[in-house]
Structure formats: structure tokens, C-alpha cells
Design a protein around this ligand. Structure first.
Ligand SMILES: *Cc1c(COP(=O)(O)O)cnc(C)c1O
Length: 394
């Protein structure tokens, strides 16, 4: 029987608390978590040790065929100094889904992984900022370390590595730009990020490397489009889900985001959370956590065409646009440039309300069911001081 992921077999290799990051890498967490996996023996011993390079065979699946997937999460510090994660099981489940898509191991107990991640983060507690919009970004990654070369009996990896590293304040700049005019998007017709039957809805490394060449200076990110019957529709922007606020014919304010059915859109945790918050508010199930959200609202999941955006700007029915994701939280879209023309998108105060509500829940200032997970303190961390002691003697 292949072994299951087991947090209690953790091997911890502490570094001295006076340890300095290598030049240029100061913004990264000092530690990393690694767990090897093989098809025959299952999950190996988890290890938390100094962040370091990984070595793999030159024909490893990750290098040759991009057999890799990842997650993006954030660790927040609340005003009491406690570390928090936002709906972490959602990210772990999505990592399993992505892993299955590329033949990587997709079975483990999320609670074991959460236990290990909590310990990794507790070690970095000192560097996690307790400020809205700031965070320690977490990058869980799965790679195929075995050769995926030539014809195999089946498509599944024989060896893989799960690792988690951290870095400071991803998305901090974009978070702040919600206060001004919003970000500029470049509607991209040249490169298509995702298509029906493709893999755009999975967080695969391959989805990002192949389209990053589209990025043009002067724009915050590309607005991805896909075409149906010759007509261009919005799919996502950079690595965020897109929302359009419109006044419908019946006077209701519609919050529209692209549906998940055609497999083009990444099922964002932030997207899902905003849908829940707005739906609960509209139905009267739970008041929106911050005052000022209008009552006559509706959430709609459907495709929106570029033509509809152009018309909405012209006739005034478009009341705002924003993107959402772990990196940016919620960011206002200020303009879209499409086929040489820039369309100004109106600002809307509800975007700020959404951002502050999600940030408030993430930082534990607003209670919302079990959405915010408090990381327990880990006494194993004390061993860092033992290392320091040894150094003093040596
Ligand atoms: C990660 C990601 C998102 C946002 O997902 P969250 O779970 O909210 O962080 C949206 N679009 C793409 C393409 C992504 O990679």
C-alpha cells in the first residue's frame, strides 16, 4: 500500500534565526516544505528546511512537458498577531483537480497538508505584515520529477515532488490601485489563453508561460478573450476573474462574472466567495458585512462580449468593472484598450466595499463562518534557538 501524506513524520531542519537571505531573495520566506511522492511507495517524509534549489533529471516531466501545477494562497496576520489563511481547503482541492489533469498525484488528506503548511508559516511569522493589502504569499507546487519521455504504459507520473515556498506581498501594488482610477487592461486578440475542451480552468504552469509574451508595457495585464461564432467574449484578465457591473433593464444592479461551464475560466476562490457574499445579501440570508451595498442587486454567471462592453460604455448602462483573485483581492478596472481604442470604465464605490469586506474577513476583522482559519502556534519552532546555541559553542 503506498503511504499516505503524514504530517507527524515531519523532519525539521532549522536554520539560525540570524540567518540572512541571499542577496536579491530577501523577499522570500527562509524555509520551504518538500514532500516527495512515488507511485510505488506513495508520499515520503515531509521536510521543512532552508529554501534551496531543486535538482531534477534534465528529462524530468516538469522540464520537458511542463508537468506541473500550482496554487496561490496568502497568509495574513491579524491585529492580535495571529496568522490566518483564507479557505485553505478550497486551494488544496483545486490543486488536486489540477494535478489530476496532468497525471500528478492527486490524493492526500487536506488536514495533513494544512498541518504542514501551518508549521511552515509559523516559522515565518516574524516577517508576515499585519497590514491590509500586505501578506505572505504562498506557492504550493507539484512537479513531475520522473522522466516523462517516450511512450509509457499510461500517462501518470512515477515520481513527483510537492513543495511550498513563500514570498512577501504579492499583489500589494495592485491592491492599492483600487483607490485611484483603476488598472488599464489590454484586450488581447492575438493570443488565446483558454478554449473549450482545453485546460484554462486548471492552475497548470503551462497556462501561464505560453501567454505571458502577450504583456505590453503600459498595461497592468492582458484581458483574455475567446471567440464564439466570430464574436469576442471576455474570459479573464491576467490571473484574475473578471466582473462587470451593469444596470439591467428592470433597474436591478447586475454583478456579472463569466460562468464555469465551458472550462475557460479558472474557478477562483475569491470569485466564489464574492458570489456567496452578494447572493446572501440579495436574498436576505446575510447582510453584506460592510454598510453601503445596495439591496437591489443580482449575481449573474454568463459570458459577456466585447461588443456588450462597448455598448455599455456608450449608453451608460455599464457601471463599473473589477477583477478578483488572491493576488489582487479586488481591483478596479479603469480602462480597456481594444483594437487601438481605449474604453474608459466608470468607477463604482461598491468595488471598494467588496475589497474591504474580503480583506476584513481574510484579516479576521470580520467574522464569516469558517472562511478564516487561524494557524496554531508550533512549539517545534523553538529548535531554531537550539541551532543558534550550537553555533555559539562551535
Ligand atoms: C488563480 C487564478 C485566479 C484567481 O483565483 P483565486 O482562487 O481567487 O486566487 C483567476 N484566474 C486565473 C487565471 C488564475 O490563475
Amino acid at each position: 500500500m503506498p503511504a499516505e501524506l503524514n504530517a507527524s513524520s515531519l523532519y525539521f531542519s532549522p536554520i539560525s534565526p540570524s540567518h540572512k537571505q541571499t542577496a536579491g531573495k530577501e523577499g522570500y520566506g527562509r524555509y520551504m516544505l518538500t514532500v516527495p511522492w512515488s507511485r510505488t511507495s506513495g508520499w515520503g517524509q515531509p521536510k521543512i528546511g532552508p529554501r534551496q534549489d531543486i535538482s531534477v533529471d534534465p528529462l524530468a516531466g516538469v522540464l520537458q512537458y511542463a508537468v506541473t501545477c500550482f496554487e496561490g494562497m496568502k497568509c495574513y496576520k491579524d491585529d492580535q498577531g495571529k496568522l490566518r489563511l483564507f479557505r485553505p481547503a478550497k486551494n488544496f482541492d483545486r490543486l488536486k483537480r489540477s494535478a489530476a489533469r496532468v497525471g500528478l498525484p492527486d490524493q492526500w488528506d487536506n488536514d495533513e497538508l494544512l498541518d504542514l503548511l501551518g508549521k511552515l508559516l509559523d516559522l515565518e511569522s516574524d516577517i508576515v505584515p499585519a497590514v491590509d493589502g500586505e501578506n505572505l504569499y504562498i506557492r504550493p507546487t507539484l512537479i513531475e520529477t520522473s522522466e516523462s519521455f517516450g511512450i509509457k504504459d499510461d500517462a501518470y507520473a512515477s515520481d513527483a515532488l510537492l513543495y511550498i515556498v513563500t514570498s512577501l506581498n504579492l499583489g500589494k501594488g495592485l491592491y492599492a490601485s483600487s483607490e485611484g482610477e483603476g488598472i488599464r487592461l489590454d484586450a488581447c486578440s492575438k493570443f488565446i489563453r483558454a478554449w473549450p475542451g482545453g485546460h484554462g480552468s486548471y492552475k497548470l504552469g503551462a497556462n501561464y508561460g505560453t501567454v505571458q509574451v502577450a504583456k505590453r508595457p503600459g498595461y497592468a495585464m492582458s484581458l483574455w478573450l475567446h471567440t464564439v461564432d466570430g464574436k469576442e467574449y471576455l474570459s479573464e484578465a491576467g490571473g484574475m476573474n473578471v466582473w462587470v457591473i451593469k444596470e439591467a433593464k428592470d433597474g436591478v444592479i447586475e454583478f456579472t462574472t463569466m460562468g464555469l461551464d465551458n472550462g475557460i475560466v479558472l474557478p477562483g476562490v475569491t470569485r466564489e466567495s464574492i458570489i456567496e457574499l452578494l447572493n446572501d445579501h440579495a436574498s436576505g440570508k446575510a447582510e453584506f458585512p460592510i454598510a453601503g451595498m445596495p439591496k437591489n442587486i443580482r449575481v449573474v454567471e454568463r459570458d459577456i462580449s466585447m461588443d456588450e462592453i462597448r455598448e455599455g460604455v456608450k449608453d451608460g448602462s455599464l457601471k463599473g468593472m473589477f477583477g478578483c483573485g488572491t493576488g489582487v483581492v479586488v481591483v478596479q478596472i479603469g480602462s480597456i484598450t481594444s483594437q487601438g481604442q481605449e474604453y474608459k470604465i466608470p468607477t463604482n464605490p461598491v468595488i471598494r466595499l467588496l475589497r474591504d469586506a474580503v480583506t476584513g474577513i481574510q484579516r479576521g476583522k470580520i467574522e464569516h463562518g469558517d472562511w478564516s482559519y487561524v494557524i496554531p502556534e508550533w512549539d517545534g519552532k523553538q529548535r531554531e534557538h537550539d541551532v543558534d546555541g550550537q553555533k555559539a559553542i562551535a
